[in-house]
Design a protein around this ligand. Structure first.
Ligand code: B12
Length: 217
């Protein structure tokens, strides 16, 4: 199994390989796992495909999580892999830690994760725990290392998301005001401010969907 083949299979499912690593016992992955691969949406193809799915159309809760479970579980079965998901309630699996283990996803100046092509819009739909050792491509350094302006540091209109941490109540209080409509309709201003995110192709409708999910829809 090569990385290239996996990437092709991911794209056929409107997913993208964000990075991978060879786990040690400290990583808390299934014992049979020799390679853990983190999966995100393949932008901008993901949103049109997802909105055509049965999960999106049935109006039941957690449509994207149910879509991810169905699609990734079916793929894993074909590959003899185990699946791991970032959602499903506490205790959550350590996706933040796994992301940084790839060497390709890093903590940004405001502590959200940042990726070489997704920027601050990096997000996970699941992970494949593969029983074989897959050769991994080289990991690019954090895009923040060469980002001189670092607009993410000052992009939040109410300074809820800064290098000192994330004030979730402050963020949500702002989202409930008329001024918060920009973040609600086009996505978090901090994530949008990242120069890498700008080039990523995340559709506005998808960002609005996540913001509604996050802020009590
Ligand atoms: C709980 C949670 C939240 C909570 C609390 C977040 C908070 N207080 O910071 C709430 C509901 C508020 C939240 C909100 C959002 N979240 Co959230 N959230 C999670 C969730 C489900 C669990 C986190 C957790 O407890 N993990 C378990 C712990 C034990 O494991 P761990 O994550 O590896 O823990 C380590 C890290 O947290 C690390 N750590 C923490 N801070 C730092 C800082 C540095 C510098 C380093 C190196 C490490 C580090 O230390 C921990 C111990 O090792 C994760 C998914 C997941 N399974 O991880 C998503 C996740 C972190 N969220 C994510 C997203 C996308 C969002 C939203 C942007 C959703 C949206 N709108 O689209 C919003 C933020 C709103 C906004 N501004 O847009 C993404 C990450 C995005 C990113 N670029 O970083 C994740 C990975 C989900 C996903 N499916 O991709 N979230």
């Amino acid at each position: 199994m090569t990385w290239r083949t996996l990437q092709k299979e991911a794209r056929e499912r409107h997913l993208n390989l964000l990075g991978g690593f060879h786990p040690t016992p400290a990583d808390r992955v299934p014992v049979s796992c020799k390679t853990l691969v983190l999966l995100g949406p393949d932008e901008p193809a993901f949103w049109p495909a997802f909105t055509q799915s049965a999960e999106y159309k049935d109006n039941r809760p957690d449509a994207m999580d149910r879509w991810s479970t169905r699609v990734i579980n079916a793929w894993a079965q074909m590959r003899g892999a185990t699946t791991l998901f970032p959602f499903g309630g506490a205790p959550f699996l350590p996706f933040f830690s796994w992301a940084t283990r790839t060497g390709r996803i890093h903590a940004s100046p405001i502590n959200f994760l940042v990726h070489d092509t997704a920027g601050l819009f990096v997000s996970f739909r699941g992970a494949l725990a593969l029983p074989e050792l897959v050769d991994l491509p080289p990991s690019p350094q954090s895009p923040c290392n060469t980002c001189t302006d670092q607009p993410c540091r000052a992009a939040c209109p109410v300074s809820a998301l800064t290098p000192n941490g994330y004030d979730v109540p402050e963020c949500k209080a702002y989202l409930d005001t008329p001024d918060g409509a920009g973040c609600m309709q086009t996505g978090c201003a901090v994530r949008r401010s990242c120069p890498v995110s700008e080039r990523f192709g995340r559709l506005t409708a998808q960002s609005a969907y996540h913001m509604r999910h996050f802020n009590g829809d």
